[in-house]
Design a protein around this ligand. Structure first.
Ligand SMILES: Nc1nc2c(ncn2[C@@H]2O[C@H](COP(=O)(O)OP(=O)(O)OP(=O)(O)O)[C@@H](O)[C@H]2O)c(=O)[nH]1
Ligand SMILES: C=C(OP(=O)(O)O)C(=O)O
Length: 223
């Protein structure tokens, strides 16, 4: 690799994190989380945002939400809050947040990062973002291999997230580069179900998620 290439600065990224109204969040965790469901949804989002903010290469974390509670808690961590259009849906919310990011930092790439990554490691996210520099659009499939946990577009490339359902296939079909690097489990480990949460706890989550999980009998039942 040339000296110039070695010393070239890496692209910086504005990451958009969507957080829906807590009252409607994490419904697949209802049975396991019981009265702690909202706390769990907030804790997972907060650990995700805190890790993203510690990541080299992340210029800004933009949380799109129309719920004042996560807005206040995530702003206190250092996230920028962009109000969501009520009931506009996930992808329009991401596009809305990315538009703000491009206004603020036009030279940065934009990414959509799932709010459900409580085991996220800044070093693994940094490696993924460096790989994302090499393609106009890129994405990381979730641990199940069906969904997506990160979708990115370089500066000047239309930002076209296709989250929801079989989004791995949807992003692949749009020509986004699939980033299947080794050792990026924390970037793929999203939490939707009790088994997902057990797997994230085994990886090692942030303190907020660990504290709420400790209060869930389903997470602490004998094997
Ligand atoms: N701002 C915003 N975020 C959304 C919207 N829909 C989904 N999200 C977020 O996108 C991510 C994936 O959403 P879902 O899997 O549909 O919802 P969830 O709360 O994670 O889980 P379930 O209720 O079990 O489906 C979560 O972080 C949600 O908070 C939306 O319309 N607006
Ligand atoms: C929205 C997505 O995930 P989930 O609904 O599982 O949170 C997705 O992976 O595109």
């Amino acid at each position: 690799m040339s000296t110039a290439a070695r010393s070239a600065p890496h692209l910086q990224w504005s990451l958009v994190v969507p957080v829906k109204v807590l009252a409607r969040a994490k419904t697949r965790m209802s049975a396991a989380a019981g009265p702690h469901r909202r706390d769990l949804a907030l804790a997972v989002a907060a650990d995700t945002v805190a890790a993203a903010l510690r990541c080299d290469g992340v210029r800004d974390v933009i949380v799109v939400t129309d719920d004042p509670l996560p807005a206040a808690e995530l702003a206190a961590l250092g996230a920028r809050i962009v109000p969501d259009e009520p009931d506009a849906g996930l992808n329009p919310a991401l596009v809305h947040g990315a538009g703000r990011g491009r206004e603020l930092f036009p030279d940065a790439g934009v990414g959509a990062l799932s709010a459900d990554l409580p085991a996220l490691r800044p070093d693994e996210l940094a490696r993924v973002l460096r790989a994302a520099e090499k393609a106009p659009e890129a994405f990381v499939p979730d641990a199940a291999g069906i969904g997506t946990t990160l979708y990115t577009a370089r500066p000047g490339v239309p930002f076209s997230p296709a989250f929801g359902g079989d989004s791995r296939a949807a992003h692949r079909a749009r020509g986004a580069k699939e980033l299947l690097l080794g050792d990026i489990d924390s970037v793929r480990r999203d939490v939707d179900t009790p088994d997902d949460l057990r797997a994230a706890l085994a990886l090692g989550t942030g303190p907020r998620t660990a504290a709420v999980a400790a209060r869930l009998p389903a997470m602490n039942a004998p094997a």
